[in-house]
Design a protein around this ligand. Structure first.
Ligand code: CP3
Length: 354
């Protein structure tokens, strides 16, 4: 039912929605589906709204955030809204001098190198982000029975932007700090963990009913380095989020050999990128739900090819404790929205064979 506004389904409570049921490992009437980066990027109605508005300004405008978050829910009838924001927004909110450059990503004016640099970053307080509280409250009113997923960046991925000063292929400076200045690294990771946890708390307090922790660049690490230098800090965020009583999704890219640890860090649902066959991921995460994992490039293939591969993902997902259908990473900007509409309808109406 692509395009049917979510608020026309008021009889179904949010807590009984397919997404939250799957996240908790309960039976579902249909496989829930949403897309990372569904808000923004590919939709013409998004590009029209964003014209002349800088990304971070858009993130701080509750009316724009509300509208952009709702656009894909209206268009596709997906089973969740993802809050329109960015992983660096809370840093901006506490006063870190940074910008999001179109086509580049987050750029930090003065990269973090010393203990004094870390100490200069304030902790996040709800009073830093009143516009987030306002946007979330408005959204949950509009969304009716469709859950809103709040999110934050995981300490490693956020640290990589703060230390490198911008996007990086090899995370060399970040790892240099991790290996060579453990005191600074530990302080930085604790600082970000506190900010990310507080940011999730604000979103859940205002009505978000699930959270996703994005550790997009954790795949750059060996399992041992992840377990030693990163996992305890992500676990601290997930532990605080766990006290909020909402399901926690933990996602990274290229994390095939980290999936077990990412689950053990305290996730209810482990996000899987497209490089790992879902069946292998399910084995690695044990008794947890999974989210994923269609290659985002398959949306550019002929529809029958895309849907055949989607069917394989759904079939594999039947062996998980719970399965939330998604792409293996974000929607590619030039994606045809009609393909995502067909994909959503296919997942919703899929009948298992045999
Ligand atoms: O639809 C959604 O998923 C909600 C919105 C969302 C954005 N960023 C909006 C955005 C979410 C969940 C994020 C998270 C985010 N931001 C991550 C983790 C998710 C992932 O993709 O792995 C990361 C690593 C970032 C940092 C960041 N911000 C990147 C890498 C970029 C893209 C740079 C580019 O243009 O290629 C951004 C900018 C950004 N965040 C845009 C949007 C819509 C583009 C804004 C613009 O250029 O105007």
């Amino acid at each position: 039912h692509a395009g049917r506004p979510a608020r026309l389904r008021p009889m179904e409570a949010v807590s009984d929605s397919p997404l939250l049921r799957a996240a908790r490992g309960e039976s579902v009437s249909r496989t829930p589906v949403w897309f990372m980066r569904q808000a923004g990027r590919s939709l013409p109605e998004y590009l029209a709204l964003r014209e002349g508005v800088a990304m971070l300004d858009a993130c701080m405008d509750p009316a724009l955030v509300t509208e952009i978050t709702l656009q894909p829910v209206r268009r596709y009838g997906v089973d969740a809204a993802i809050f329109f924001s960015d992983i660096v927004l809370p840093l901006k909110a506490v006063g870190v001098d940074l910008d999001i450059k179109p086509g580049v990503g987050p750029v930090v004016a003065s990269p973090v190198r010393t203990l004094a640099d870390v100490a200069a970053i304030p902790d996040l307080d709800p009073s830093h982000v009143p516009f987030i509280t306002e946007a979330v409250r408005t959204l949950v009113g509009e969304l009716g029975s469709t859950p809103l997923i709040g999110f934050a960046g995981a300490p490693f991925t956020v640290a990589s932007y703060l230390v490198e000063g911008g996007p990086s292929k090899d995370q060399a400076r970040t790892k240099a700090m991790m290996f060579g200045a453990p005191e600074v690294w530990d302080a930085l990771m604790r600082k970000i963990a506190g900010i990310s946890a507080a940011y999730l708390e604000v979103q859940v307090a205002a009505g978000a009913s699930a959270v996703q922790l994005f550790d997009s660049w954790a795949g750059a690490l060996t399992p041992t380095d992840y377990a030693t230098h990163v996992m305890p800090h992500s676990a601290a965020v997930l532990e605080r989020a766990g006290r909020l009583g909402v399901p926690r999704i933990h996602f990274g890219v290229g994390t095939s050999n980290l999936l077990t640890l990412m689950g053990e860090a305290g996730a209810d649902v482990v996000g899987v990128d497209w490089r790992t066959p879902l069946a292998d991921a399910i084995e690695r995460v044990g008794d947890r739900a999974v989210q994923g994992n269609l290659d985002p490039a398959l949306v550019f293939a002929p529809t029958e090819v895309m849907l055949q591969r989607a069917a394989e993902v759904i079939e594999a997902g039947r062996y998980a404790r719970g399965h939330i259908f998604n792409l293996g990473h974000g929607v590619i900007p030039s994606t045809d929205p009609d393909q995502l509409a067909r994909l959503t309808d296919f997942v919703h109406t899929y009948e298992p064979r045999g």
